[in-house]
Design a protein around this ligand. Structure first.
Ligand SMILES: [Zn+2]
Ligand SMILES: [Zn+2]
Length: 354
């Protein structure tokens, strides 16, 4: 396929634009996808602020779905025109990291995150899929693009946050922040059988979504110390699991402090914009002997992960589309990005259609 396409590109730190680029040609184990829908992520905002070392001129975006426009010579089992989603993380599934089970860290620390970080992202009229045999995820016929696109990052990351919190049936789990990824962690905690979910949030629209997705109690951090409120709610015992979905030192420290001995802190917040190092409060850490586990992770990729997330949506167990607070045509993507950067109008997720 030849010709040019429109892309949403980072020109420099703090500067973005829609620019034309040549439509790329897929390599042997790559696919070319014609985009139908994307979600803008707070990670894109962090990237444009300079939190991630990215070459100027890279296309932004890592949450997109579309239809297969062309397949590399070694990509079998798929057809042109087929509806597909691709996870934000596109591991090779061959390297030592992938073979040890850490596909998000493909090739090295955070290496599975290739879109924008290593290659052009997918907020564009067309995008390439690396390691396409493992990363192309067919969307079931009964699942709309605007739902499937949540599997690309939000549901995969949020549910991983709950998985890493090692939730047992009946556990009390605290989720810090109810942005889209925190809401998906709430969804994951509920699916994994948490007995009580305490969500830390102050914005009314997000509180409403949080309750809808399974939060039993809301701790409003603007109305007093969140750790004290969590301790009061749990009779002074604390939580079995805490999921940090914001990436602030204060929330990380509170997540550690509200855990009972033996609990697990699962971090999914991105700490790339922290001005200060993360502190570990030693008494809260049991002086290093509290049997508290800190688990970190990056969005799991690959088509099998996507298939499982699609099943949750196809069977009606999860409907992420309530998080889509705003909709834009691709021509207006810069306005959508600006709203996301400034968190205007209580935006949660803007959907971009092509
Ligand atoms: Zn994202
Ligand atoms: Zn790999």
């Amino acid at each position: 396929m030849s010709g040019t396409m429109k892309t949403f590109t980072m020109l420099d730190i703090g500067k973005t634009s829609i620019i034309e680029k040549p439509i790329p040609t897929p390599g042997a184990n790559e696919a070319l996808v014609k985009t139908t829908a994307s979600l803008i992520c707070t990670s894109d905002v962090h990237t444009v602020k300079g939190a991630l070392p990215v070459e100027n001129g890279r296309t932004l975006g890592h949450e997109s779905v579309g239809v297969i426009a062309a397949l590399g010579s070694e990509v079998t089992g798929f057809t042109e025109g087929q509806r597909v989603a691709v996870n934000a993380v596109t591991p090779c599934f061959e390297c030592s990291y992938c073979q040890r089970g850490f596909t998000s860290q493909c090739g090295g620390l955070l290496g599975g995150y290739k879109y924008t970080a290593q290659v052009d992202g997918n907020m564009a009229e067309y995008f390439l899929v690396p390691a396409a045999r493992a990363n192309l995820a067919p969307i079931p016929d009964d699942l709309a693009d605007e739902a499937a696109v949540y599997a690309c990052d939000m549901l995969s990351t949020g549910i991983m946050g709950a998985e890493h919190a090692q939730i047992s049936i009946g556990d009390t789990v605290v989720v810090f922040a109810q942005g889209a990824v925190g809401l998906c962690a709430t969804i994951g905690a509920k699916l994994l059988g948490a007995g009580r979910i305490i969500a830390v949030e102050s914005i009314p629209e997000r509180i409403e979504l949080s309750r809808r997705y399974g939060a039993d109690d809301i701790v409003d951090f603007t109305k007093g110390d969140p750790v004290e409120q969590i301790m009061d709610l749990t009779g002074g015992v604390g939580a079995d699991g805490a999921i940090e979905a914001l990436g602030f030192p204060q929330t990380f420290e509170a997540a550690l402090a509200c855990l009972k001995a033996g609990g697990t802190l699962s971090n999914i917040g991105y700490h790339g914009e922290n001005p200060a190092p993360l502190q570990l409060d030693l008494p809260a850490f049991g002086l290093g002997m509290g049997d508290k586990t800190i688990r970190t992770g990056l969005c799991p990729g690959g088509s099998e992960r996507m298939r499982r997330l699609f099943t949750l949506m196809s069977t009606g167990k999860v409907d992420p589309t309530a998080m889509t607070t705003h909709r834009f045509a691709f021509a207006d993507v810069e306005r959508a990005f600006e709203m996301m950067a400034n968190k205007e109008d209580h935006i949660v997720k803007p959907l971009i259609t092509y």
